[in-house]
Design a protein around this ligand. Structure first.
Ligand code: ZN
Length: 252
């Protein structure tokens, strides 16, 4: 089985959205579902030199830019309804995601998201929740209560799914989903493949486990033609300058 190694790109992108109101409808059914940039962040911390960590001030600058430019942040549920059920999306929809469930998503990113009114999705490794430096269930619950944050699955142990037996894969996928249901009261319907590694058997397992969508780390805006279990994301490296961020939003 071929393994697709998904390289991280230094491109960024985004779109945001919301519910729908009157003349803000933009879904053009004749043209088909609109592509939606999905941004990928990890840790929001002041440490320099690691592209997977972004300084909070830079993150705030990016969120402020998106807001000013009229992007509408949405959750995956809204994307799904827009793409597959014909529900209109706001103009310039964008999805903001964080992988791995770092505690600074609560201490540093969440205050900025509250301030700018931006929605985001956190893909948590459920077996690591409550570990040092990682989010707790209480923090996730608090953030979800605001309506801005949605918690989804990044498996139980962050293992490369392509290296696991079918049975192990199902454990990672089903148990993480069920843990989120037990702790937060909703199923996880979206998966982020650990390391962005996936193959055909992984996709089949994700489908069988009941997920509706899955995200990868292939650059560029997510497009309905890629398939619901291979949604592209744009990695926002911590060392991007604002101009590079703007360029990344416009895609490769
Ligand atoms: Zn990860």
């Amino acid at each position: 089985m071929k393994t697709y190694l998904i390289g991280f790109s230094l491109m960024a992108l985004c779109l945001i959205s919301g519910s729908f109101r009157g003349d803000l409808f933009v879904q053009n059914r004749a043209a088909g579902p609109v592509p939606v940039p999905i941004l990928l962040y990890h840790s929001v911390s002041g440490e320099k030199g690691d592209p997977l960590k972004i300084d909070p001030s830079r993150f705030e600058e990016e969120m402020t830019y998106l807001k000013k430019e009229g992007y509408h942040s949405i959750h995956f549920k809204e994307l799904q309804e827009g793409w597959y059920n014909g529900r209109p999306l706001f103009p310039k929809p964008i999805i903001i995601t964080f992988d791995d469930g770092y505690e600074d998503n609560y201490t540093a990113a969440y205050p900025i998201l509250l301030k700018t009114g931006m929605k985001a999705t956190i893909f948590v490794v459920t077996g690591s929740i409550g570990s040092p430096g990682r989010l707790t269930w209480q923090q996730l619950h608090t953030m979800e209560s605001s309506g801005l944050i949605d918690t989804q699955s990044h498996t139980v142990t962050h293992s490369n799914l392509t290296k696991l037996s079918d049975e192990q894969k199902m454990r990672e996928l089903v148990n993480s989903r069920n843990q989120i249901l037990r702790k937060l009261g909703h199923l996880a319907d979206v998966l982020a493949y650990p390391y962005g590694f996936y193959d055909r058997r992984s996709i089949d397992a994700v489908h069988k486990a009941g997920y509706q969508l899955a995200v990868i780390t292939e650059p560029g805006a997510a497009d309905v033609t890629h398939g619901r279990f291979q949604l592209h994301r744009i990695l926002i490296s911590g060392d991007l300058l604002l101009d590079q961020f703007k360029a990344a939003l416009n895609g490769p």
